[in-house]
Write a protein of this length. Structure first.
Length: 202
């Protein structure tokens, strides 16, 4: 019988080190890094100028919140039902997002009690939009347009062509994310459509 490899004092065998590294890379700290990457990608996309210049989304605090909510919905929709780890990553992105909202509300001068009320309102608003967009994608040909008009354009009146462009963008982004491997998303890599800032022709 072969002798077991001798472990020098103060040193761990490579198999143990490998398991420790793997555990570190799949733990809460690693999820935080992945969540930050996905949230950064999501917010960068939501701030693209064509949405505000060509598609008529209000360039305001409300309008920017709506764009983040829309892209969060699309990302969470892709991760939904993809297993426990995907669910944990989605929750981590959600936590990062609301941490950012909290900081933004404080920067606007809200006091502690006011922050809590606003965050509660934003949470309810976000959940309502998720449900509306999900139903819109699953419904008839005009259901998504109606959902976008009530929510994304809730403080303005978009032109028909702007509403149509945004609805088509949502459908194509949903399909594009569905085609991306979940393993890729779990590494913090997500791809959203990009277009010339001066136009959004889908």
């Amino acid at each position: 019988m072969a002798a077991s490899p001798r472990v020098e004092e103060g040193k761990l065998p490579m198999t143990v080190i490998g398991k420790l590294i793997d555990r570190m890379l799949s733990g809460p700290d690693r999820r935080e890094v992945i969540a930050q990457r996905l949230y950064s990608t999501m917010t960068t996309q939501s701030r693209r100028p064509e949405f505000y210049l060509s598609c008529g989304v209000p360039d305001s605090v409300d309008g920017r919140f709506e764009m983040v909510a829309l892209h969060a919905f699309l990302l969470f929709r892709r991760l939904k039902g993809q297993g426990e780890k995907a669910g944990a990553v989605a929750q981590a992105v959600y936590d990062v997002m609301f941490g950012d909202f909290d900081a933004s509300v404080r920067e606007l001068g809200a006091q502690d009690l006011g922050v809590g009320r606003r965050i509660k309102f934003m949470t309810e608003a976000m959940n309502g939009r998720f449900a509306a967009y999900d139903a819109g994608l699953a419904g008839g040909p005009n259901e998504l347009e109606l959902a976008l008009k009530r929510n994304l354009y809730g403080t303005t009146e978009p032109h028909d062509d702007q509403l149509k462009r945004m609805a088509e963008y949502v459908r194509q982004t949903d399909a594009g994310l569905a085609a991306q491997p979940v393993d890729q998303l779990m590494r913090g890599v997500a791809h959203f459509p990009t277009r010339d800032p001066e136009r959004l022709d889908y």
